[in-house]
Write a protein of this length. Sequence first.
Length: 75
Amino acid sequence: MIFEYSRQLIALAIFLLLFGCIMPFLMAIRVVESTFFLNFLSFGASVLGLFLGLVGIAGERMRQGNRNDKENRYK
């Protein structure tokens, strides 16, 4: 079921990874105040984005593989 939404997972993963990279940068240049919660939120977003991206890529590859197997009868 999760592989049906692999493109949406990849888009969500990109958003989370960007959030996880931009927020520490904004905290380093002191645009946003660095708090304990915000540090862990940005770290969690990076880890979750990485995991969802890998699952989304694997799901997209499985969908493409299944489509290629159906087209090629002699494989």
